[in-house]
Ligand binder design. Structure first.
Ligand code: ZN
Length: 97
């Protein structure tokens, strides 16, 4: 089901716990361990509004280092090559690059 930009994952993603909207275009959530594809991945999944595909896209970030869970801090930066969205998540905030 394709959701529009103004209907973000915090509205409808009920199988994740703690879905947080970082910006109007980016959200993250912690996937319950029985649903995650990789039990060794401690990182949240990210949703981004993909301007190229015109839809919300969900992706894991298994190669990133989780510096802190609360407030969220991951290194290095996140880059979605589908649309060029690029930035850091530090101190619970999105910083565009
Ligand atoms: Zn994209």
């Amino acid at each position: 089901m394709k959701k529009p930009h103004d209907d973000p994952p915090t509205n409808w993603c009920d199988w994740w716990t703690e879905v947080h909207q970082l910006t109007p275009d980016i959200a993250y959530g912690w996937v319950p361990s029985h649903l995650t594809a990789d039990p060794n991945d401690p990182n949240p999944w990210f949703w981004h509004w993909c301007a190229t595909q015109n839809r919300w896209e969900a992706q894991a970030a298994p190669k990133h280092t989780l510096i802190a869970r609360e407030p969220l801090h991951l290194e290095p930066s996140l880059l979605w090559t589908c649309c060029g969205t690029h930035g850091f998540v530090r101190n619970g905030q999105w910083e565009s690059v």
